[in-house]
Design a protein. Structure first.
Length: 375
């Protein structure tokens, strides 16, 4: 099997075109479907069965090379062209993965290898991959028949589309907001943040700094802006994105949320779970819903005392500015002031010690130490 030896090339983003990505993904889907259509029964020998599993690994790696890149671009550099290609491919991809998950002969091939004595001779990584694949087959409805199997496929396809639509609404709602800032509204911001806001203005062909709901802009305002009214405005705009409370309600995600919850519950029931939480935990480390609930309760209890202490400290600093009631849009601002007061250290003071190349190298070092992966 090649899975543990497989390596994906680092994407050369400056050489990637959407047309080529679309072609590669469509070809990968077609190759996968051809393979599945030809696999009508479990191969006779165990070596042939191992070859089938190896082929699935190769097909998945080929898909990941292109779909992973497109998904990343759609998430971090979303534009009309990228979104159009992503949306066009999503139904076919969802159908393909449902076909894999419900392919009985493929499932039985994995099961045969798992039940065979040769399984003990496989590497730990190979054994884990097969176990996880068997779990995923069951969670994909491989045991379903007739209308139940058809309904699962319909739900899976619809949930994929709803998830994409939900994300697009959040992104569109985020991008719909912008605010031109005056010199007074910039008071308190470090020069690096002001330069960032000027860049947002330049992107809109404006000479003035512009605040947006993109995280770098939003955090700069919430952390440093002395203008409390400005912080309040951005806070409300940010927390009401893609809702019926936003300034622009065309991106309201509430109907999507209702449908997603309903379909998730129906899907969980089809697979024999009482609720979606049980279905979700079937692929996670937590043993059951009660354990998760208790963990969250314990976490809240342990965090409550130090959190209340910190809030009292923030209130004390805010009162020095004449603020008697600490609001949500004050917390980040006064947390930064508290840090400076207690440690004589701000985020700006730390920046020179963490230039991007050093941070990136640090990330690679952590990955190498944890997983043995090197550049």
């Amino acid at each position: 099997m090649t899975l543990e030896k497989a390596t994906l090339p680092v994407p050369q983003f400056d050489q990637i075109t959407l047309a080529q990505l679309q072609h590669n993904i469509e070809q990968a889907i077609q190759n996968g479907q051809n393979f599945l259509n030809e696999l009508t029964q479990v191969p006779e020998t165990i070596q042939q069965q191992l070859t089938v599993i190896e082929t699935v690994d190769v097909l998945e790696n080929n898909m990941s090379e292109s779909w992973g890149v497109l998904s990343h671009l759609n998430a971090v550099m979303n534009n009309a062209e990228t979104r159009e290609v992503y949306q066009a491919l999503l139904p076919s991809l969802s159908e393909y993965y449902t076909q894999i998950g419900q392919h009985v002969a493929l499932f039985q091939t994995y099961q045969n290898v798992y039940d065979n004595s040769i399984f003990a001779d496989l590497s730990a990584a190979q054994q884990s991959a097969i176990k996880l694949a068997l779990r995923d087959f069951k969670l994909s409805g491989v045991a379903l028949e007739g209308e139940a199997k058809k309904r699962y496929a319909e739900i899976s396809a619809r949930l994929s589309q709803l998830s994409s639509d939900f994300s697009n609404h959040v992104l569109d709602s985020t991008q719909a907001y912008s605010k031109v800032l005056t010199a007074d509204q910039l008071k308190g911001l470090p020069q690096s943040s002001i330069e960032l806001l000027k860049q947002y203005g330049q992107q809109r062909e404006l000479d003035q700094p512009v605040a947006t709901l993109d995280i770098p802009s939003y955090l700069a305002i919430m952390t440093y802006a002395d203008d409390r009214a400005l912080r309040e405005e951005l806070y409300h705009a940010y927390v009401t994105r893609a809702s019926d409370q936003a300034a622009d309600t065309q991106f309201d995600n509430a109907p999507f949320m209702v449908e997603i919850l309903s379909l998730r519950q129906e899907m969980a029931k089809l697979l024999g779970f009482d609720n979606y939480a049980e279905y979700s935990l079937a692929s996670k480390m937590a043993p059951d819903v009660a354990t998760v609930d208790q963990f969250l309760v314990d976490l809240a209890e342990h965090a409550r005392t130090p959190a209340l202490k910190e809030i009292d400290e923030l209130k004390a600093i805010a009162q020095q500015d004449g603020i008697d009631e600490l609001k949500a849009w004050d917390s980040t601002y006064y947390s930064e002031k508290l840090k400076v007061q207690q440690f004589n250290l701000s985020q700006e003071d730390l920046k020179p010690y963490f230039p991007a190349p050093k941070v990136i190298q640090g990330l690679f070092n952590v990955v190498k130490r944890l997983y043995g992966v090197s550049k």
